[in-house]
Design a protein around this ligand. Structure first.
Ligand code: PHE
Length: 357
């Protein structure tokens, strides 16, 4: 019995893990283990022998069992210690920066121009991309027969058969927001409205969906000089250049009188687009003094209020500022292009902090 005891106690002490310990338990005190076999021999003993061997065997079994329990507790603790040692995590470390995508150049340009116009006292208005033809055309002094409707390559929404109301259109410009803002806010008024617009057109500088920012300022003493100053101020801030060459060209829009289009001097050499040099001009906006009929359509008295309006192509601003030669790539959703031209989304443009870095 002493042999059994020292054999199993030393095996238990040396067990490396819980499964080794279980094997030892089965061999020692399991139903068919050595101690059980010895107990079976008690039947063949004389009563005197049995009186000695019985309690001794029970004591042996008890000792082995307590050694097993103690060892098992030690192994569980050690296993836990090991996990704590290898699986620890320092929650006070800074997190690993993860890319969550980039800001599209159009969004970036939009944030930048909004910051500039905010500084000039313009608030941001919104309108819908699907408009009635009254807001998109009639209210802007473009009646049904007017050639401008055809010129704009308008997308018309489908109407169910038998429904003879005039169709809705995908707005061809942000100018309908002029009317909606006048209706909503009255005069005096100073708003911009950036957003998507649609025309059936497709080449290096035209895509069927593009972005404009509309501007409208109404008050009792606004002149063409205010328009020119505002646009020059905007362009200088946006391109962060003092010597940008602008060309004001007399033009015609049904909703402004007089009207002007504005081009920026640029060059397109060897597939790269550069601003401020070269012999090319890129048209970036249309503008003018708001037509009295348009002011009246917005519910405001044109004998008291007048003002200027403009519509700037945001995508073209982005092309010029970031040197992106083909507008069509803006809307291809090519991940490599987006990573190359995209902006960090947490850099908020502001006039004092810098527009784009
Ligand atoms: N809506 C015109 C266009 O899309 C631009 C414009 C806006 C012109 C406001 C004058 C005044 O071409």
């Amino acid at each position: 019995m002493d042999d059994l005891k020292s054999k199993y106690l030393s095996q238990i002490a040396g067990a490396a893990d819980e499964s080794a310990l279980e094997t030892i338990r089965v061999a020692a005190v399991g139903k068919k283990g050595e101690v059980a076999l010895k107990m079976r021999e008690l039947g063949k003993m004389t009563p005197e022998e049995r009186q000695l061997a019985g309690p001794a065997l029970n004591a042996l079994k008890g000792e082995i069992n307590s050694a097993l329990i103690a060892k098992k507790a030690g192994l569980v603790d050690a296993a836990l210690d090991e996990r704590l040692r290898t699986e620890w995590l320092d929650v006070t470390l800074p997190s690993r920066a993860r890319r969550v995508g980039t800001l599209h150049p159009v969004s970036q340009a939009q944030e930048e121009l909004t910051a500039i116009f905010a500084e000039l006292g313009f608030s941001v208005a919104e309108g819908a991309r699907v408009e009635t033809d009254w807001y998109n055309f009639d209210a802007l002094n473009i009646p049904g027969h007017h050639p401008a409707r055809a010129e704009m390559d308008t997308f018309y929404m489908h109407r169910a058969e038998g429904d003879d109301r005039p169709p809705h259109v995908l707005r061809t410009h942000t100018s309908p927001v002029q009317i909606r803002s006048m209706e909503k806010m009255g005069a005096p008024l100073r708003i911009i409205c950036p957003g998507g617009v649609y025309r059936a057109d497709y080449d290096q500088t035209h895509t069927p969906m593009f972005h404009q920012v509309e501007g409208l300022a109404l008050d009792t003493d606004i002149s063409m000089a205010n328009l020119k100053w505002t646009l020059e101020e905007f362009v200088k801030s946006f391109f962060e250049l003092d010597d940008i060459e602008l060309r004001f060209r007399a033009s015609h829009f049904p909703f402004t009188e007089p009207s002007a289009e504005v081009d920026i001097r640029c060059s397109w050499k060897d597939g790269t687009l550069k601003i401020g040099e070269g012999d090319d001009w890129m048209e970036i906006l249309g503008s003018g003094m708001v037509h009295p009929k348009v002011i009246a359509a917005g519910g405001i008295d044109p004998d008291v209020y007048q003002g200027f309006a403009f519509g700037i192509g945001i995508d073209r601003l982005a092309m010029l500022k970031y040197g992106i030669p083909d507008l069509r790539a803006f809307f291809d959703s090519d991940l490599r292009w987006l990573r190359h031209y995209g902006f960090q989304c947490l850099d908020m443009p502001s006039l004092h902090g810098g527009l784009s870095r």
